[in-house]
Design a protein around this ligand. Structure first.
Ligand SMILES: Nc1nc2c(ncn2[C@@H]2O[C@H](COP(=O)(O)OP(=O)(O)OP(=O)(O)O)[C@@H](O)[C@H]2O)c(=O)[nH]1
Ligand SMILES: [Mg+2]
Length: 295
């Protein structure tokens, strides 16, 4: 293949929690690489999603929502954001309809010296004229942005406008990844994320934030994938909540996760789950390292 005119680059999707970064990521990549829930701080990692064209490769990075760190897990999450901003050839800054510019969050993005495409997401919640006004307000508050596109990850509105804008900003570069890959992450990672999504969806208050998932075995056999996972909680009292009366809560979570895993891997899955305590893991660097948050 003639690689002379090949364009390739890193496109980092950043923004505050819950604005729809992962929803956009999945739409742009066309695969469910990132989990999505209505709760803030769903995404904890930098996850790459790759699309390949005839003469280009785009490596999107989904990132955790920008926040003020309160414990070590948050620090690790914000480090993913920092590195993704440093690596970026293009920044896709996502805000949601109704958001306003604030210096504290956006100042360092402004300083990144990288072209910024601002996506105002969730415009399905707005009326026509309101969208135009919102675009004007952002343009005034953030004049450095290269382009502003009002979009909806939910309805698909204007999503086709993103690719040409991003493509025009890609540098000449050979592909970073083999052109048949759509992510940098392993099957084990996706298995653990799918289970974590079901935990976010099924439990209230602190539980989702207190849980981490580790996949201890992933055996890809001819007709079935056998997966063993451990759900770590922070305190003994949380174990009972996660398991539920007679194991009912955990059973529901496990069934929902298994179904999604089967759809994702395109294969029958046997999923076995256990709940263990990893005391205060969110604050313990050594634990976070073990869970894959630090290299
Ligand atoms: N109405 C509407 N809701 C949306 C849209 N895009 C995403 N959402 C919803 O917003 C919520 C958050 O979406 P995510 O994609 O998980 O947001 P995120 O920015 O990745 O969130 P964190 O990972 O927690 O930072 C979910 O309930 C989505 O269904 C949209 O275009 N319109
Ligand atoms: Mg997310």
């Amino acid at each position: 293949m003639d690689r002379k005119n090949f364009e390739s680059g890193f496109v980092s999707i950043v923004g505050k929690p819950n604005v729809g970064k992962s929803s956009l990521m999945n739409r742009l990549v066309g695969e469910n690489v990132s989990i999505i829930t209505s709760k803030a701080q769903t995404t904890r990692h930098r996850i790459m999603g790759i699309i390949n064209g005839e003469d280009y490769q785009i490596v999107y990075s989904d990132t955790p929502g920008i926040l003020e760190p309160k414990y070590s897990l948050h620090e690790a999450m914000m480090n993913y954001v920092k590195v993704s901003l440093e690596d970026a050839d293009v920044i896709l800054l996502v805000v949601e309809y109704g958001d306003q510019y604030d210096e504290k969050t956006y100042e360092r993005i402004r300083r990144a010296n990288t072209p910024i495409v601002l996506l105002i997401n969730k415009v399905d919640l707005a009326k026509g004229a309101q969208i135009d006004r919102e675009v004007r307000v952002w343009k005034e508050a953030f004049p450095e942005v290269h382009d502003i596109i009002p979009v909806s990850a939910a309805t698909g509105h204007n999503l086709d406008r993103i690719l040409p804008v991003v493509q025009a900003l890609l540098p000449d570069h050979p592909p970073y990844f083999p052109t048949d890959e759509f992510t940098d992450r392993t099957e084990r990672f996706f298995a653990s994320e799918i289970l974590r999504e079901k935990i976010f969806l099924n439990y209230a208050e602190e539980i989702p934030y207190s849980c981490e998932v580790g996949v201890t075995a992933f055996k890809d056999e001819p007709n079935i994938i056998r997966i063993s996972a451990v759900i770590f909680v922070e305190r003994d009292s949380q174990k009972g909540i996660v398991i539920g009366k007679g194991g009912s809560a955990l059973k529901k979570v496990g069934t929902e996760a298994r179904k999604d895993m089967e759809a994702f891997f395109g294969k029958k899955v046997f999923l076995e789950t256990q709940v263990k305590v990893a005391a205060n893991w969110r604050k313990e660097k050594a634990r976070l390292k073990q869970f894959g948050y630090y290299e």
